[in-house]
Design a protein around this ligand. Structure first.
Ligand SMILES: [Zn+2]
Length: 298
């Protein structure tokens, strides 16, 4: 983990996931916490070494790589934790993530690991989109749903901490199919980010860029490509079971899930793309003989 300066008073702990930090009038603000106790310990150690304060923490969304370290930080520091409402519900009841990934059934042990279920935390305050004053920090909170139901981004001192609203180029190439819960919201959020006038932006996975719009455009293009390719696949098959489409498409793009958790994350993204295609009346989804069948819209 490295601690880098982005602009005056704005920093990031970089690594597998980026954690934001800003300091003002002797108060410190953390944006997300990293995956686990180990990530949290590193953050606290670096802040201690540099004599930097920590008083507030905003958590952008309830994925464990963004809030899994919050329990440790809360135990070590007297700080205020804020998060958006729906995401807060999951952070306070973390089993909800493996539950929703597993279609609502109580999840098997293989899904109950630190990558899908963090230690629960209590969130002190709910945060909503709009101008937001947190101690001395004058923030703009942006509503950035699509990757997660209630995800937010934080604009502080002209730097946009965009969380997982978009991914850096390497992360996009690594994941092939990025995790999303709603394709239309994902695209609307990406276009909304393009409109922001700020000095630069940093995603949860990727680098800080002043010229971040090119990377955001690549995200937009990728989602369109996936949806077009899915529609083509369905056109070729005429009709196919939902699970069959998930399998064929993942094979086609070279994804190989070896674990249930991985497969369910990909499956959620494919579901989100298919729902967008259905909303736009490109495809239909109907139950036939106890099977969900996907077909081109006639
Ligand atoms: Zn995420």
């Amino acid at each position: 983990m490295e601690f880098i300066s982005l602009r005056e008073n704005t920093y990031a702990f970089t690594g597998a996931v980026n954690i934001g930090y800003s300091v003002k009038e002797g108060k410190g603000l953390l944006i997300d916490t990293g995956l686990d106790d180990s990530a949290a310990n590193k953050v606290l150690r670096i802040l201690d070494e540099k004599g930097l304060p920590l008083d507030y923490c905003i958590i952008t969304h309830a994925h464990t790589d963004h809030y899994g370290g919050a329990d440790r930080i809360r135990n070590k520091r007297d700080l205020t934790i804020v998060a958006p409402r729906l995401e807060k519900a999951i952070m306070e009841n973390p089993v909800l993530e493996p539950i929703y990934l597993f279609n609502g059934a109580f999840p098997p042990v293989s899904l109950r690991n630190k990558f899908l279920e963090a230690k629960g935390i209590s969130v002190d305050k709910e945060i909503e989109a709009g101008p937001y004053q947190l101690g001395p920090f004058q923030l703009d909170i942006l509503s950035l749903p699509g990757h997660s139901y209630g995800q937010i981004g934080v604009l502080v001192e002209g730097v946009l901490y965009a969380s997982d609203a978009y991914f850096g180029k390497e992360a996009l190439a690594k994941h092939i199919v990025p995790f999303i819960t709603d394709a239309d919201q994902t695209l609307a959020t990406l276009h909304y980010i393009l409109e922001q006038s700020c000095h630069g932006a940093i995603p949860g996975h990727g680098i800080y860029e002043e010229d971040f719009r090119k990377t955001v455009e690549e995200n937009i293009a990728l989602h369109h490509r996936h949806m077009e390719a899915l529609e083509e696949l369905i056109a070729v098959k005429q009709s196919c079971s939902f699970e069959g489409i998930v399998k064929e498409y993942l094979n086609e793009v070279g994804v190989s899930s070896r674990q249930l958790g991985q497969l369910l994350l990909y499956r959620t993204s494919i579901t989100a793309y298919l729902i967008s295609l259905e909303r736009r009346e490109r495809i239909t989804m109907a139950v036939t003989q106890n099977e969900l069948v996907v077909a081109l819209h006639s």
